[in-house]
Design a protein around this ligand. Sequence first.
Ligand SMILES: Cc1cc2nc3c(=O)[nH]c(=O)nc-3n(C[C@H](O)[C@H](O)[C@H](O)COP(=O)(O)OP(=O)(O)OC[C@H]3O[C@@H](n4cnc5c(N)ncnc54)[C@H](O)[C@@H]3O)c2cc1C
Length: 436
Amino acid sequence: MLVVGGGPAGSTIAALLAEKGWRVTLLEKEHHPRFHIGESLLPHNLPIFKRLGVLDQVEAIGIRKPGADFNSNLEVSGHHQFHFSFALDKNHPFAYEVRRSEFDNLLLRNSAVKGAQVLEGMRVTRIDFPKGGDPEVHAVDEQGRDCSWTCRFLVDASGRDTLLSRHFNLKQKNTHHASAAIFGHFLNVDRREGEYAGNISVYWFQHGWFWMIPLRDGSMSVGAVCRPEYLKSRKNSPAEFLLQTIALGHPEMRHRMRNATLFNNEARATGNYSYQSTRMRGERYIMVGDAYAFVDPIFSSGVLLGMNSSVRGAEAVDAWLRKDAAAEFLFRHFERMVLRGVKTFSWFIWRFNSPGMRSLMLNPGNPFRVQEAVTSLLAGDVFSNAGARSRFWVFKFFYVMFSVKHARESFRLWLLRMRNPSITFTGGTTPVDIER
Ligand SMILES: Cc1cc2nc3c(=O)[nH]c(=O)nc-3n(C[C@H](O)[C@H](O)[C@H](O)COP(=O)(O)OP(=O)(O)OC[C@H]3O[C@@H](n4cnc5c(N)ncnc54)[C@H](O)[C@@H]3O)c2cc1C
């Protein structure tokens, strides 16, 4: 079988299937270690690391992330710390912050150790699906030579390049949630004190929100997620624009960055990233991770959703390759679980910038253990924890009440979203510049 893409999703499914004894070829267009954005992980990544046998390696390159803090000085102001140790299930009290070049590299090498044949510098250009036959994969190597393979089963893990979704024209952009991001790595930024030094900090501001993610080498990843029309207003270099945007940020964030320098004076951007395909599997193929859907980075869910889809996908593909009658059931289970993850995070994400949600996040209470349940869901416990899922309904009710309290501002935001479809702003996986 063949996997396109050596990000977290591709490396996970390649490792799991190779471990089961299947002959797996993984094609990656770049050479690891390579830059990628998405550095903050979730606690429910850890059981997957254990299963892959890489937990110690992740611990060695990452720093522990006990939670997140949310900060605002807008119409709803305040500061709130989210601790994963507060979740309903107390077994997963922390996650990791990692440099993705190192993290993706160790996962890719692990798939090779498990027996997958990993070919880097191999860009897949076309896939043919002969009726009733094996998929044919065409690629070009770095010398420009054409190469091709046939495989019994194909896994698309090509990330935001969405190879199969584009091939079959299945990609649907979420026009009401258009967002774009600009980011860089900074030196000399203050971390949180003591045990919370590994927290991700989130700061709302007038054009969206900022992340601050501390990394093991002492640097800090800082990015702004904004409405695309704000990024399109840029008249200077990406680095200057990032600094100019930071100057609009929350006072505490600016204080933490008062001595900061932008590493290599380099900023990157990506845009228009909310999309979902209309299906995630077909005859002899599945899509995993961002190749199927990506919603938004706010709750650091992308890597977990991608790796989890690969764990479920591996079970189904293994059964299919063995011609086991349970394969269809397992493919349906894979689809249900992937959709559950995407839907749960989408619910939070689409409301994140609303005053009702800000108000709830910054003034949390714990009636009926609702805050513990929300902490569980945001730790990535979205697939099996029935207690968390049932309390989610109570949280939704509170959200409606808080939105009514901030009805005018909520309505203004809704209007803004409805206008978003007229804006086009495109971006690939990790472009080095803002596209106009
Ligand atoms: C601004 C921003 C911030 C984010 N922050 C976070 C975060 O803090 N935490 C988090 O969990 N997630 C975050 N994400 C999301 C996260 O980056 C992705 O969800 C995650 O990387 C998905 O993994 P993947 O393996 O599906 O895809 P990717 O990691 O994108 O891997 C896909 C791989 O496929 C390769 N490829 C693509 N096309 C081809 C081809 N034709 N031939 C061969 N190889 C190919 C690519 O080179 C790449 O290595 C963020 C995303 C954005 C846009």
